[in-house]
Structure formats: structure tokens, C-alpha cells
Ligand binder design. Structure first.
Ligand SMILES: Nc1ncnc2c1ncn2[C@@H]1O[C@H](COP(=O)(O)OP(=O)(O)OP(=O)(O)O)[C@@H](O)[C@H]1O
Length: 261
């Protein structure tokens, strides 16, 4: 279980997240973190990962306060995948995933992850054929899939993914979300994923958080969170959530909302 208690994060004197609490994100579930540009999604993820200083509050994972935890514990339990990977990494895909798995930094890695497991994960992500290619020679989408492999091979307790689908085509978006749901369920992960595509949140995530100006505006099932009201209040658009002929919920946008809050 992950609890966020009165979290405050500032850049200099500006509090980007003034006071945010989330009662509990359960293991085995994928939570989408939604909100407009600049609302504090990446800042929240970085704060959970311990990459941004927390001004106030606590992040409690399985009863343990991560803000006071050792670097080793945090590195073992939490994996954060940023929006974009470092530009120039001259490692082969395979090595990079093996290094991530066996990272020896103060016991942060799982250790003893074998070649077969790395290749199997690359295959499941559809990039097995790229194993011997250099990362800095891959396309944007291929790099994103390799980043996901590096994150998943670590088997963290808390998996934080910042827009991991942004460079992926429709087929891969679907495939990756299916894979994430499966990995999350099978390995009891708590997965939090920043998404801009509300239809993907509706279709593929178990739980949703919607934030605006660093404050939590709605929390619940994606269908409870993505509504006409939140579309207007948070995104400034008039829209509806309707079931398509196959029963999946989808957002239909009618136009810009005139009374943007
Ligand atoms: N390193 C930084 N220093 C100062 N201000 C920052 C820094 N990073 C982000 N901010 C500011 O904090 C606010 C929240 O930014 P953040 O990147 O968390 O938003 P976001 O919801 O992830 O946005 P997007 O959807 O555009 O990626 C913005 O106003 C941004 O300008």
C-alpha cells in the first residue's frame, strides 16, 4: 500500500504541490495520474521517487516512511522512468537491461537476473530483435520500450512511469498497457503512470488521480474521475464519457468550455 500524507513540494519559494494526500494505492493495481500541462504530475512522481526534495509530508510504502528511508531501500523498492531517457547512452540494449537488473549500487538491484529473463522481457515488449543494437541508434519509440524493459526488470514495489506511451504507436500503446497490467498483477506492484490520453486511462487503468495546480481534484475509478464535470473544470473542454458499441468508455469532446475555471 502507498499512502501520500500532506505532501508539499516547492521549486525555490514556489509551492507547486501545496498539500496533497492520497489515502492508499493498493498493490496489484495500475493508477493513472491525470491533469493538464504544468499541473504537477512529473513533480509528484519525482517527489515519490525521492528525486525532488519534499518540503513537508510523508510518503509511506508498506508502512515505511520513504522520505526517511535509506537510499538503498528506496532504490530497491522504487523505480522511476522519466519522460525521456538520457540522449547519448552508448550501450547495447541487452547490456543496458542487464545492468539495470543487476545494478550493484548499494544493493539496489535484484541480483542474479539471468540472460534468459532479460531476453524474454525484451521479447514480450516486442524489441527482442533489437537486443544487440546500441540504444543511441534506436528510434524514439524503441528507446521508450527499452526504458520500460529497464524499469520492469527491476521488479520494484512502486513503479512510477512518466508518460511512457508518448512515443509509441497505437499498437504498442495497447500492448504496453496490457503488459503493465499483467506485470503489476503478477508481481504485486503498485504502478502509477502519467497519461494524457484519457481513453487509455479509462480502458487500461484500475484507479485514477486527477490533479490541477498541484491539488487532488478527483480520485476513484477512471470512470468516476473522467466526467463531464472534470473535463470542463480541469481541461476546459465540454465533453462526455460514453460507452462505445463494444461497451468500452470513451471521451467525446464537443468543444472548448466557455467558463474555464
Ligand atoms: N525544475 C524546476 N524548477 C522550477 N519550476 C519547475 C521545475 N520543474 C517543473 N517546474 C514547474 O512546476 C510546475 C509543474 O510542472 P510539472 O512538470 O510537474 O507538470 P506536469 O503536470 O508534469 O506537466 P506536463 O503535463 O506538461 O509534463 C510547472 O509550473 C513547471 O513550470
Amino acid at each position: 500500500m502507498l499512502e501520500i500524507q500532506h505532501l508539499a513540494v516547492a521549486y525555490g519559494s514556489r509551492r507547486v504541490i501545496p498539500d496533497l494526500s492520497v489515502a492508499g494505492l493498493r498493490e496489484g493495481t495500475v493508477t493513472s495520474l491525470l491533469g493538464p500541462n504544468g499541473s504537477g504530475k512529473s513533480t509528484l512522481l519525482k517527489a515519490l521517487a525521492g528525486l525532488t526534495r519534499i518540503a513537508e509530508g510523508r510518503v509511506v510504502l508498506d508502512g515505511e516512511d520513504l522520505t526517511r528511508a535509506s537510499f538503498e531501500l528506496r532504490a530497491r523498492k522504487v523505480v522511476y522512468l522519466p519522460q525521456s531517457l538520457p540522449a547519448a547512452v552508448h550501450l547495447r540494449v541487452f547490456e543496458s537491461v542487464l545492468v539495470a537488473a543487476n545494478a550493484s549500487v548499494a544493493g539496489a538491484g535484484r541480483g542474479e537476473v539471468g540472460i534468459a529473463e532479460v531476453q524474454a522481457l525484451l521479447d514480450r515488449l516486442g524489441v527482442g530483435h533489437l537486443a544487440m543494437r546500441f540504444i543511441d541508434e534506436l528510434s524514439g519509440g524503441q528507446k521508450q520500450l527499452v526504458g520500460l524493459a529497464q524499469a520492469l526488470i527491476r521488479r520494484p514495489r512502486l513503479l512510477l512511469l512518466d508518460e511512457p506511451l508518448s512515443a509509441l504507436d497505437l499498437n504498442y500503446q495497447f500492448h504496453v498497457m496490457d503488459l503493465l497490467a499483467q506485470e503489476t498483477r503478477e508481481n504485486d506492484l503498485i504502478t502509477v503512470i502519467v497519461l494524457h490520453d484519457l481513453n487509455i486511462a479509462l480502458r487500461h487503468t484500475d484507479h485514477a488521480l486527477m490533479i490541477r495546480s498541484g491539488a487532488l481534484l478527483a480520485e476513484g475509478s477512471p470512470a468516476q474521475v473522467v466526467t463531464s464535470q472534470t473535463l470542463a473544470a480541469v481541461y476546459g473542454v465540454d465533453g462526455r464519457v460514453e460507452a462505445c458499441s463494444r461497451g468500452y468508455l470513451q471521451v467525446v469532446i464537443d468543444g472548448l468550455h466557455r467558463d474555464v475555471a
